[in-house]
Design a protein around this ligand. Structure first.
Ligand code: COA
Length: 439
């Protein structure tokens, strides 16, 4: 092991690094449990050679920012927004208040909340041309693609949004986006069904209005059961932020070019569209349907343990004890099914969870139900088709994206995102014109 460089942490909060290529030693300061990649760049063999860099595909062990928005302790199953535990927010707050908290950093006074609610409600309508734009999509367009395109298109309706240095302007765009996302999401749903788009009903609260835009037909007013409104509101809260996940990183990365926030959030919607990020709950439903009845569970579990497939909705990159969101969702399931009638898949899900949690294979690997294990069942109870699941996620995540974007544009340490690469291609080839190559 002689070629392993000597790296020792000392009490003064620094690393002493010896570069065995040159024998030189470097003192690298440690701050907040991290070292600066730029400090490693000073370690070099010669002035002509590039400095040492870190190779970290997927940013598995790289901090890209300082953030005061969301705290996660995966081992202990802790999730906090601005220091407040998710359990308390889900039980005692509502989505608009949580959105305020994420963006402003503290809970609103009564006056601040009333203003915030008024502002958001006031901006739920979109320009009629947005409607025409959305109607231009093919009849079978995926609602997430429609959502991504229409959020991006909002930047053309509000060209002043590019003035990101002005705090009032930033505030206005954030209000608009939180207000209009349910309108865009509901219309993308109606589009796929060939039903007329429903305008916002500003007498209703945020989530109740969303349900009205989704499901209203010829009735004068659509008022969903308050238990359903509450359950969906809780789901929005649970999805509102999750620190530096793939879509948030996309928002920050695109936002770092100082583009307007609509374009940055459209990038976040795009990232969320991918099956590795927003799509696991749909896979859970497919799995439960395939299992079909409780008697088939043991054979299914054996197949998972034999490595034939995964138990979808179990396991998490960060949570290795339990996913606090899963516990809250399980409770919301009961509330929703009280209204809609029980989905027979719920019984299979609960039994599957019980068996897996007692099984050595899952216990040893610290595999617990994650947020997606039960969320698909709830969405299905609302009669959402699976394509809508990520749209709901995007509406919930919007305040988080915006809070992170706001933090980014105010952070003096941030620069345009521009990772390094390790070049593995050819060099200095001589170009042969087509006329000679194709002879
Ligand atoms: C979420 C997930 C990608 C996290 O992956 P990860 O942190 O990289 O964990 P790993 O893939 O290294 O898994 C560690 C071990 O547990 C096993 N494992 C992980 N998730 C599993 C699952 N859902 N079912 C069965 N085995 C699983 C792996 O096979 C591995 O076993 P091994 O040590 O014998 O090789 C993974 O747990 C998963 O694919 N879950 C199912 C999909 C899902 O629900 N995604 C939604 C996440 S919110």
């Amino acid at each position: 092991m002689t070629d392993v460089p000597a790296v020792t942490a000392n009490e003064a909060g620094s690393l002493t690094v010896r570069d065995n290529r040159t024998g030189s030693e470097y003192e690298v300061p440690i701050t907040d449990g991290t070292i600066k990649a730029a400090d490693l760049g000073k370690i070099r063999v010669s002035e002509e050679e590039p400095g040492l860099a870190v190779y970290d595909p997927g940013f598995v062990n790289t901090a890209s920012c300082r953030s005061a928005v969301t705290f996660i302790d995966g081992d202990k199953g802790i999730l906090e927004y601005r220091g407040y535990p998710i359990e308390q927010l889900a039980e005692k707050s509502n989505f608009l208040e949580v959105a305020y908290l994420l963006i402003h950093g503290e809970l609103p006074t009564k006056e601040q909340y009333d203003n915030w609610e008024h502002e958001i409600t006031y901006h739920t309508f979109v320009h009629e041309n947005v409607k025409t734009f959305m109607q231009g999509f093919r009849y079978d367009a995926h609602p997430m693609g429609m959502m991504m395109a229409s959020v991006g298109a909002l930047s053309t309706f509000y060209p002043d949004a590019r003035n990101i240095g002005d705090p009032d302007n930033r505030h206005m765009q954030m209000v608009r986006m939180i207000a209009k996302m349910p309108t865009l999401g509901a219309w993308s749903f109606r589009h796929a069904q060939g039903k007329p788009y429903i305008y916002p009903d500003n007498d209703l609260g945020y989530t109740a209005n969303f349900l009205s835009m989704l499901f209203k037909m010829s009735e004068k007013k659509f008022e969903a059961d308050p238990r359903l409104v509450k359950a969906l509101d809780v789901l929005f809260i649970l999805h509102a932020d999750h620190e530096q996940n793939c879509s948030t990183n996309a928002v920050r990365s695109v936002g770092s070019s100082q583009v307007d926030p609509y374009s940055a959030v459209a990038a976040g919607v795009g990232a969320l569209y991918g099956p590795l990020h927003g799509g696991a709950n749909e896979a859970v439903l497919r799995m439960l349907r395939r299992i079909g009845k409780k008697e088939n569970i043991p054979a299914f579990i054996e197949g998972v343990k034999a490595g034939n497939e995964k138990l979808m909705g179990f396991g998490h990159r960060v949570y290795k004890n339990f996913d606090p969101r899963a516990t809250i969702i399980k409770k919301a399931c009961d509330d929703v099914f009280e209204v809609t009638g029980v989905n027979p898949l719920l019984e299979i899900a609960k039994e599957l969870e019980k068996i897996a949690l007692e099984d050595e294979y899952f216990v040893k690997r610290k595999l617990y139900p994650n947020v997606d294990f039960y969320s698909g069942l709830i969405y299905e109870a609302f009669q959402f088709p699976p394509e809508m699941f990520t749209v709901l996620f995007a509406i919930g995540r919007t305040p988080g994206w915006l809070a992170q974007w706001l933090e980014l544009v105010q952070d003096k340490e941030q620069k345009i995102a521009r990772p390094k690469q390790i070049y593995t291609g050819d060099r200095q080839l001589d170009f042969v014109p087509a006329s000679e190559r194709w002879k």
